[in-house]
Design a protein around this ligand. Sequence first.
Ligand code: FAD
Length: 108
Amino acid sequence: PPDVEQLGRATWTFLHTTAAYYPEKPSPTQRANMLMLLRSLPLLYPCTNCANDFGEDIKVHPPDVSGRVGLSRWLCERHNEVNEKLGKEKFDCAIEKTDERWKDGPTD
Ligand code: FAD
């Protein structure tokens, strides 16, 4: 079985980075592809318990694929749901904070 912690860190890195660089104004095709990527996770993610819980969470909170600001926040909030479940600290989902972590780096 996969190492669920390492897989999680790698997957969050991929998802948050992809959200941070997603267009401000995505085309209909870009939106449709992002929706497919996110809706695939509950079906394909190789941690069954993670995948099932994520599937339930995105039923209640449908993906916001309207643009990079909305998507970054939506994903941050989904990650916070997992953080809460695992007893980890919550992350501040302001775009400045998600961009600092996943796009621009600290500006000092
Ligand atoms: P991670 O949670 O992997 O976070 C990596 C980095 O992201 C952090 O160091 C921080 O800099 C940043 N970060 C933290 N929170 C946020 C946020 N809200 N927004 C933006 N950036 C943030 N593990 C389980 O044991 N059970 C599960 O049910 C489970 N479900 C998962 C579902 C999904 C969809 C994914 C991708 C992962 C899941 N995981 C689950 C794995 C879990 O979320 C962690 O990745 C793993 O426990 C390693 O945690 P970590 O403390 O190294 O940091």
